[in-house]
Design a protein around this ligand. Structure first.
Ligand code: TRP
Length: 329
């Protein structure tokens, strides 16, 4: 039997190149060697976006279409929506009985996010419980591995502590999940700030070729370089970070870097080649998405089937947990 992998993304907006590099490419590769469960974490989206829930369902379906366009295969992976498997919430509730609140208060993302997202009131039970819900998402499938970025490592440390404590009370019920770190460093936004919906600084997988071209031509580069004959810095320059991530023509990238450092190439050439490279990556995805969306109801069917499959497993786990907690009537 293959080891199990579970991971999720929050449907808070469109899927962008950051998701592709930071998660989806890796998720697609893992499908060969692991039994994979991938889901839209709509309840997690609610932990910060509870005030306006109007976009949630639309984003969840659209995001999943993008995941499949990017290479997830619903025949091999179980693709589902978190709230369509309500057993996650039941497990979260039972876990919450034994987990001390200071464990959650000291998760580094907790205070950080409250400060950063100061326009939202995050002093809620739901937001405090974010990593505990994430724990339930993972352990309900006995997942061995969770592909995530560096920022999520503390959540998995918490998950393992929670598993040990719960197992201690009720018997050997759950597996301790380990992170599978995604190697590529975080993709910067087009303006070199953190890529974020609120900065409007991403290229989305669903952008058409012309939009991609326009966005790339406006990208931030080396600000010292006010003329093409001034030597430029390649390291950490978003244009080259993107070339490394998306341009399969390694020789072309090396040539551009050499000439950029020497001050013998203009930004326009670097950017035109980048736009072309990104569009070459996105074009097959556009085709797959169009094919998928040309069958009305197909996405709903995939999500419905995936959620039913996930739910059958989650229900078995919960039957076992209720019995261990002696909640069997
Ligand atoms: N916290 C994750 C993120 O922000 C999303 C997530 C929710 C998740 N539940 C999960 C990731 C379970 C992995 C496993 O990206």
């Amino acid at each position: 039997m293959k080891p199990r992998v579970v991971s999720g993304l929050r449907p808070t907006g469109k899927v962008h190149l950051g998701h592709l590099v930071g998660a989806l490419r890796n998720w697609a590769v893992l499908q060969d060697a692991y039994e994979c469960f991938y889901f839209a974490a709509d309840w997690h989206a609610l932990t910060s976006d509870y005030a306006d829930t109007s976009g949630l369902v639309g984003y969840a379906y659209e995001n999943i279409a993008d995941w499949i366009a990017a290479g997830l295969d619903p025949e091999r992976s179980t693709i589902f929506i978190q709230s369509m498997v309500p057993e996650h919430a039941e497990l979260y509730l039972l876990l919450s009985m034994v987990v001390p609140t200071p464990w959650l208060e000291r998760v580094p993302t907790y205070k950080e996010q409250i400060e950063q997202l100061s326009t939202k009131d995050l002093s809620t039970i739901g937001f405090l419980g974010y990593p505990l819900l994430q724990t339930a998402d993972v352990i309900i499938y006995d997942a061995n591995y969770v592909p995530v970025g560096e920022d999520q490592v503390p959540h998995l440390e918490l998950s393992r502590e929670v598993v040990r404590r719960f197992n201690n009370f009720y018997g050997d019920l759950f597996v301790e999940p380990q992170p599978l770190l995604t190697k590529f460093p975080r993709l910067p936004g087009l303006d070199n700030r953190k890529m974020s919906k609120s900065y409007d600084n991403s290229i989305d997988l669903s952008d058409d070729a012309e939009t991609v071209r326009k966005k790339v031509m406006q990208m931030y580069t080396d600000p010292k370089r006010i003329r093409a004959d001034i030597p430029g810095t390649v390291e950490g320059n978003p244009v080259f970070v993107y070339h490394d991530a998306f341009n399969a023509n390694v020789e072309e990238v090396e040539d551009l870097k050499t000439r950029y450092r020497a001050g013998t190439v203009g930004d326009v050439e670097v950017k035109k080649k980048l736009a072309r490279a990104i569009n070459e990556v996105l074009e097959p995805m556009r085709e797959r998405r169009a094919a998928l969306l040309s069958h009305p109801g197909r996405i709903r069917e995939i999500v419905g089937d995936g959620s039913a499959k996930a739910r059958a497993i989650a229900a078995e786990t919960m039957a076992r947990v209720r019995e261990a907690v002696r909640l069997k009537y």
